[in-house]
Ligand binder design. Structure first.
Ligand code: GLN
Length: 239
């Protein structure tokens, strides 16, 4: 991808949902509303059915796991993700979207939408929260100011996953903190807390691409149901 689009004229008709069971969903809704797309809080299956793309916010992944089950959202969410619905997961949302969780509760939900193993609380406890500026591959316009709060990192990446940004971890070395596979993007930090909207713009762009593919019979896969479209649309960032 050369850059995230500056303006997305068709976005008014696109509806982006934000999982609104727990955590800082309000900030995501505000950011998306400012981008000009339709927004919807997703609390039950009927909400999910109405959206083209979904943000899974930060919060507490173990609590969100329980609420996904009790709300009846877990099964339809798995189906939508398997069918290629674009998604952006931040912090706890990154943990939920991963294939495997390290340092989690044994029964916590892994939606498996991106082929990574994430380590929870990889930077330590709440008081080890920190901020830094990160270069994120594919995000033009300068570094992203990143707020990390009890954040995870990716420790194992499957072959289809592209790491887009790295951060130094305690004990040395750097680990991926932004990753992408198909139309699923995860970030270990909280862009919504600083008004950073470039990852949300990417999600809107993914939503528009998936919708065009689904309605136009494009060959790139898409958000429709069925075997042939089970793979997420392969965008230029995917490999
Ligand atoms: N450490 C939290 C968890 O496991 C995530 C924190 C956050 O979303 N800021 O789920």
């Amino acid at each position: 991808m050369s850059s995230v689009p500056a303006a997305v004229p068709e976005s008014e008709a696109l509806i982006v949902g934000v999982l609104a069971l727990q955590g800082d969903f309000a900030e995501h809704l505000a950011l998306l509303g400012a981008l000009g797309c339709g927004v919807r809080e997703v609390r039950q299956p009927a909400d999910l059915a109405a959206v083209d793309a979904l943000v899974l916010p930060g919060g507490e992944s173990t609590t969100l796991s329980l609420l996904l089950a009790s709300s009846g959202l877990e099964a339809p969410l798995r189906r939508r993700l398997a069918a290629g619905m674009p998604a952006l997961g931040t912090c706890a949302g990154m943990i939920l979207l991963a294939r495997e969780v390290l340092g989690g509760r044994p029964d916590q939900t892994c939606l498996g939408a991106i082929d990574i193993a994430v380590r929870r609380n990889a930077f330590g406890r709440q008081r080890e929260s920190f901020e830094c500026d990160l270069e994120v591959e594919g995000v033009a316009g300068g570094p992203v100011h990143a707020v990390f709060i009890r954040a995870p990192v990716a420790e194992r990446l499957g072959p289809g996953v592209r790491p887009l940004a790295f951060a130094p971890v305690p004990g040395g070395g750097r680990r991926p903190v932004v990753c992408r596979q198909g139309a699923v993007t995860v970030a270990a930090f909280h862009p919504e807390l600083t008004g950073e909207d470039r990852l949300h713009r990417l999600l809107v762009d993914d939503g528009l691409t998936a919708r065009r593919a689904a309605s136009g019979g494009a060959s790139s896969g898409g958000a429709g149901d069925g075997e042939e479209t089970a793979a997420p649309p392969q965008r230029s960032l995917a490999r």
